[in-house]
Design a protein around this ligand. Structure first.
Ligand SMILES: [Zn+2]
Length: 449
């Protein structure tokens, strides 16, 4: 009996080993397509805000209280990524995108240039060489650091005219975002047309186009989700259009989709604005998940370039005057209804501030500002409250955040590690802790670049 077991064991080992060596001879099956979905500035903090809102807001727009992000995380491989540059702990979008598009270390403000000053070779350039179609989609402007670092090579992220020329010369099949301001010269428009691009400036135009397209849906960024602009395509609509066009290439595609204005909202320390950008991010994620489920040769990688703002809810020891609910052990804890209040905001503070600033001196009264704020925030802000802060909108914004139990660490970027959520073809290599340069190398491996 013992002998028999030993024979079986030896047989299994031999057949197992031969199976292994056979597998080794075979070329690893690579993914055909990669969808690289980046939330600019999207740390665990803003993802947390979205999840808390979906689950806990008394009037959550998520009927089953489950965001697409939560559904995605049930199936995705989860990685944690640190974002430092070659010599700084905190990064900007330029260095981060340079690093995770090429695998080379860089420095702040550089796009597509490594820390030694050499041009990088990016995953997008490599994919193009292999005959794949490529695309860039962003709610920021196309010349901004994240999209630029995938195809342009500039020592300063602010070289917008040169970046525009490089975008056009890159031959990237689909480029959709803002940035009309930096691509409006007759020379650049001619260059784009000579390269075979059709140009679109609104939703109606883009729907009628196919082939190589540059869409410019804002002078700088595209509209914030909170604005509900129906004339310009939103992130979901741009992403659908890009993928529908790119997927027709039999050799596959690589697309970078950026929810770019999460970062802008965080720089503004504007909580309602962040929430609306995150909901837009989440809607687009729902579409991308569905796409990958139906297309098994595709990987969806969802991550961020860094965290911005250091958002959080906290508890505090000074009690609000009007609401004693949420007091435990002498401290005040905000309750779930705050999440509904944030959702009710329908304009950015910046927009409200601009309206007030544009009013004539005579019209600049505390009650006028209180009216603008009450409408824009969807809740009552009194003239007395406005007067208490000398009609200074920055001070009022900070005071309302304090009342709401909200804190921001900074109006800049932080070193907080970001999440990498990956789903689809051979995703397991994306779990664990790694650096932005490693992510580029993983993608190159997945696509066989
Ligand atoms: Zn930023």
């Amino acid at each position: 009996m013992k002998k028999l077991t030993r024979y079986i064991l030896i047989f299994c080992l031999i057949s197992g080993l031969s199976g292994f060596s056979h597998a080794k001879e075979e070329k690893p099956v690579k993914a055909k397509n990669v969808i690289y979905y980046i939330g600019d500035g999207m740390g665990p903090q803003s993802l947390g805000l979205l999840v808390y809102y979906a689950r806990l807001a008394p009037n959550s727009i998520y009927e089953d209280r489950t965001s697409n992000t939560e559904k995605f995380l049930k199936e995705a491989a989860l990685g944690l990524m640190i974002t430092n540059t070659e010599s700084t702990i905190v990064t900007d979008s330029a260095a981060s995108a340079t690093q995770f598009s090429s695998g080379q270390y860089s420095l702040p403000h550089r796009v597509g240039i490594d820390f030694e000053g050499s041009q990088t070779i990016t995953i997008m350039e490599k994919a193009k060489k292999r005959g794949k179609s490529t695309g860039l989609v962003t709610t920021s402007f196309l010349q901004d650091a994240t999209p630029a670092a995938f195809v342009a090579h500039q020592i300063s992220r602010k070289n917008f005219a040169d970046i525009s020329a490089e975008l056009i010369n890159s031959g990237t099949d689909i480029m959709l975002g803002g940035g009309k301001k930096h691509m409006s010269s007759a020379e650049l428009i001619k260059a784009a047309k000579d390269k075979g691009y059709s140009l679109a400036y609104n939703k109606a135009q883009i729907n009628n186009l196919s082939g190589k397209i540059i869409g410019l849906f804002g002078e700088e960024g595209t509209p914030y989700a909170i604005e509900g602009n129906s004339e310009k395509p939103n992130l979901l609509e741009m992403s659908k259009k890009a993928i529908e066009e790119l997927r027709t290439n039999k050799k596959g595609f690589l697309v970078m989709i950026e929810a770019g204005k999460i970062d802008w909202a965080e720089h503004s320390n504007d909580p309602g604005l962040i929430l609306h950008e995150m909901i837009e991010f989440d809607k687009t994620l729902g579409y991308l998940m569905e796409y990958v489920k139906n297309n098994k040769d595709t990987i969806l990688i969802v991550t961020a370039d860094h965290e911005t703002g250091g958002f959080g809810f906290n508890y505090r020891n000074s009690l609000p005057s009007d609401n004693k609910e949420g007091v435990y052990g002498g401290s005040y804890f905000v309750t779930f209804d705050i999440l509904d209040k944030l959702y009710k905001q329908n304009r950015s503070y910046e927009d409200m501030g601009n309206e007030y600033a544009a009013a004539s001196q005579k019209e600049k009264t505390p009650s006028a500002l209180a009216k603008i704020l009450s409408q824009g925030l969807g809740r009552n802000i009194s003239a007395d409250f406005v007067e208490k802060y000398n009609s200074d909108i920055a001070k009022i914004q900070a005071a309302i955040a304090r009342e709401d139990g909200i804190v921001f660490a900074t109006n800049a970027h932080t070193s907080t590690p970001v999440m990498v959520m990956t789903y689809g073809h051979k995703m397991s290599g994306y779990a664990g802790l790694y650096h932005t340069t490693d992510l580029a190398k993983k993608i190159m491996f997945s696509l066989g670049l």
